[in-house]
Design a protein around this ligand. Structure first.
Ligand SMILES: [Zn+2]
Length: 223
């Protein structure tokens, strides 16, 4: 049974990516994303990796693979060059609104720093404004900026939380990430159906009623 709390009116948004917008912004960034020196160095390194696995990098199917892999790696780690606080500050609006704002089911793709293999899943974020709200598309952007680095899920959760907390100074922030790790699924323990859930809360979300309301609305079994 959901208990009423001071923040009982809820804005509830299911976030879906708009592919056409993503494509346009990716094209725009292409030139600055792939640094020639870095690309050349990565190409050499990926050639070595291919040779060490016993393959021939001059085989037709692999000819362009080192270059593709070099570019993919730079794309997947572009978060190091981006400033998440700046992205939030660029879309902050003064607003006298103090109900819980939830953005749920945000797609998330990252790389585990232990094996450089993907982990992926969903993030759910909520905050309770304290004079400022933020353009809702910026929350998935913040997640991408921290996810496109070598990560552990726990630190990723904390970085998203602290970025929103520090920039918006809200009455509370909540972040839940549910993810599957390829390093567990493809190798090691090979547990295909296990998911890792991490969560972090500040301010008003430390109250059990507020936290439970959030967890109920995102459909989590954490509470
Ligand atoms: Zn791993």
């Amino acid at each position: 049974m959901l208990q009423l709390c001071p923040y009982s009116t809820v804005v509830f948004i299911s976030q879906r990516r708009n592919n056409s917008i993503n494509r346009v912004s990716m094209q725009h960034k292409k030139s600055e994303l792939y640094n020639k020196t870095v690309t050349d160095s990565l190409i050499q390194n990926y050639r070595n990796i291919i040779v060490e696995t016993g393959e021939d990098f001059e085989r037709e199917g692999l000819l362009k693979t080192p270059e593709r892999a070099a570019k993919a790696m730079q794309f997947l780690t572009q978060g190091y060059q981006q400033d998440a606080e700046k992205v939030l500050r660029s879309a902050m609006f003064k607003e006298d609104y103090s109900e819980m704002v939830i953005v749920k089911d945000i797609e998330l793709y990252s790389l585990c720093e232990h094996h450089i293999l993907p982990f992926f899943g969903k993030a759910h974020v909520a905050y309770i404004p304290n004079g400022y709200i933020v353009g809702l598309s910026k929350i998935p952007r913040v997640i991408d900026i921290f996810a496109r680095r070598l990560q552990v899920q726990e630190r990723l959760t904390d970085q998203i939380l602290h970025c929103i907390d520090k920039t918006l100074n809200p009455l509370g922030v909540a972040v839940v990430i549910e993810a599957s790790h390829m390093c567990m699924m493809m190798r090691g323990v090979q547990k295909q159906n296990s998911h890792t859930t991490t969560s972090a809360f500040t301010g008003a979300f430390q109250r059990v009623e507020t936290r439970n309301e959030f967890l109920t609305l995102i459909g989590s079994r954490l509470h």
